[in-house]
Write a protein that binds this ligand. Sequence first.
Ligand SMILES: [Zn+2]
Length: 83
Amino acid sequence: MTKCNTGKRLYTSEALAEDALIGAHINFDYRTGSGPVAIYKCDECGNYHLTSHGEMNKRLALQLQSGFIQKQKQAARWQDKLK
Ligand SMILES: [Zn+2]
């Protein structure tokens, strides 16, 4: 199945969904309390989706705290400038 009734983008594994969740925070400037914060397994399609509700994903929380996301954001900006 490549589409889900929820209309959300789906990821076939937890790891892929987590990477996408972290990638989203690198690529977009979410204000605190907005944007996707977690992943969940979908009852409709059996794959994983991102959600802006619920408790923050542990890996995302760690990477926000450690400054990893901020660093990646800066790196991405520099890459844009060099294009
Ligand atoms: Zn689904």
